[in-house]
Design a protein around this ligand. Structure first.
Ligand code: FES
Length: 118
């Protein structure tokens, strides 16, 4: 397993993302969502769009008429090309769990954000 130091934790505050030039075509997007780090390949499994340039939002469900529930802290990433949505925690597409974006483990080691390329 290769390691890549993304930067210091102060360089990636909550709500920010950083695209790093590793992992092949498009690179890998590293996200800080309320203090938790996620990393995904910047290549949408649908048609190859720049997935990590998409908007983040909470997971919204509708269990009953006129009822909307929000789950999570904004870990849903919407691809900018065709708006398919992926859960950054698993990489899975919301509407077809067979379609999955590549995810990578991220750790914090002595204030450094470390991406693990597996
Ligand atoms: S390329 Fe991402 S949804 Fe189509």
């Amino acid at each position: 397993m290769r390691r890549y130091v993304v930067g210091n934790v102060k360089e990636l505050p909550p709500g920010e993302r950083k695209l790093v030039p590793v992992g092949g075509k498009g690179g890998i997007g590293v996200f800080n969502v309320k203090g938790r780090y996620y990393a995904l390949k910047n290549l949408c499994p649908h048609k190859g769009g720049p997935l990590c340039q998409g908007r983040l939002r909470p997971h919204v469900t509708s269990p009953a008429v006129y009822q909307l529930d929000r789950e999570g802290d904004g870990e849903i990433l919407k691809c900018p090309w065709h708006r398919w949505e992926f859960d950054m925690r698993t990489g899975k597409a919301l509407y077809d769990s067979h379609l999955q974006a590549k995810t990578y483990p991220v750790t914090v080691e002595e204030d450094k954000i470390v991406l693990h390329l597996v």
